[in-house]
Design a protein around this ligand. Structure first.
Ligand SMILES: Nc1ncnc2c1ncn2[C@@H]1O[C@H](COP(=O)(O)OP(=O)(O)O)[C@@H](O)[C@H]1O
Ligand SMILES: CC(C)(COP(=O)(O)O)[C@@H](O)C(=O)O
Length: 291
């Protein structure tokens, strides 16, 4: 378990501890929407909210500095807290991990201070936007919805999320390639995203079905340049176990079902694609207070 400790400023009840579960989020299609207000800045798009994500514990106490996102949330609330987190997925590959850490901290601190969770999610969204590390991750992770579609950009309470119904027992397998900072990636792909994001968002909105989500996610990641011929050649022998696959930044996402997931994992690992296993998260983030 990683721990970040911060010097106390505002009173947090030291007898209380908050446990926050935050799912991860892997966008497949997205269209950045920038305004001069972080609350209305965000992305339109679609993606999968997955679990298990991040488990955080937040309690009163003092300590040293950690990740700048966590630091920034604590600064905004003017508190000291001990923040610990556990997760199986890495930071910087495209799992929306920076958003999960930011959201988890904000929700935990808000619960300790008896402040509204929606406001905390908005703080997390602002921090993500200001640091250039996320646009649509906080709203997706806060609300969940499994396969989600962002129909209005912005922070929770401002942006709007809809759900795409998906089959029972869906299993999401992932594999990481390389890290890339989100702000670098967004700058590198800015013009392509504007064109392809609009085209694909229009298509998915016309018929927001599971089948279209899978088909358009694959096609978007090909056209944006994440899903290369090499990756496809390597995955193709395992296609009979999969509904589809896409790549977002450094994460390969493979969509399968519970009764095929073991064979899919085996087939992929024989080809050097070692996978992590997730399920869609309907619930989004949740907070539990312990004493
Ligand atoms: N080991 C680390 N320690 C501190 N900060 C890190 C570390 N690794 C990455 N970061 C920072 O974390 C953020 C990762 O954000 P992002 O690229 O959006 O990741 P993700 O795709 O997981 O959401 C970046 O601001 C990066 O500078
Ligand atoms: C794609 C991204 C802008 C960044 O995602 P990540 O690399 O996971 O930080 C995301 O926030 C989105 O709007 O869909």
């Amino acid at each position: 378990m990683r721990a970040a400790r911060f010097k106390a400023k505002q009173g947090i009840n030291n007898l209380m501890k908050v446990i926050v579960n935050v799912p991860l989020h892997v966008t497949s299609i997205w269209l950045p929407r920038y305004t001069n207000d972080p609350m209305t800045t965000g992305s339109l798009g679609a993606g999968i909210v997955i679990r298990p994500g991040l488990v955080m514990t937040i309690e009163g106490g003092e300590g040293t500095m950690g990740l700048r996102h966590i630091d920034e949330v604590l600064r905004r609330y003017n508190v000291n807290a001990v923040v610990k987190y556990e997760t199986q997925a890495p930071l910087g590959f495209g799992y929306g991990m920076s958003a999960a850490l930011t959201l988890g901290t904000a929700l935990g601190v808000a619960a300790l201070l008896r402040k509204p969770l929606l406001e905390a999610a908005q703080v997390a969204h602002e921090v993500e936007v200001n640091l250039g590390t996320g646009l649509g991750d906080v709203i997706a992770e806060f609300y969940g919805g499994g396969i989600e579609i962002r129909v209005k950009p912005g922070a929770p309470g401002v942006g709007v999320i809809d759900k795409i119904p998906y089959p029972n027992n869906l299993v999401i397998l992932t594999h990481e390639f390389t890290r890339e900072d989100t702000n670098v990636m967004l700058l590198r792909l800015r013009d392509k995203l504007e064109v392809l994001g609009k085209e694909f968002m229009g298509e998915i909105m016309r018929e927001p079905t599971y089948e279209n989500f899978v088909r358009l996610s694959m096609e978007f990641s090909r056209r944006i340049g994440f899903l290369t011929r090499d990756i496809e050649d390597n995955v193709r022998p395992c296609i009979k176990y999969l509904d589809g696959y896409y790549v977002k930044k450094g994460v390969l996402v493979l969509i399968t079902h519970r009764d095929k997931a073991d064979e899919a994992s085996q087939c992929l690992s024989e080809r050097g694609i070692h996978v992590r296993r997730f399920k869609p998260s309907d619930a989004g983030a949740w907070v539990r207070i312990t004493h």
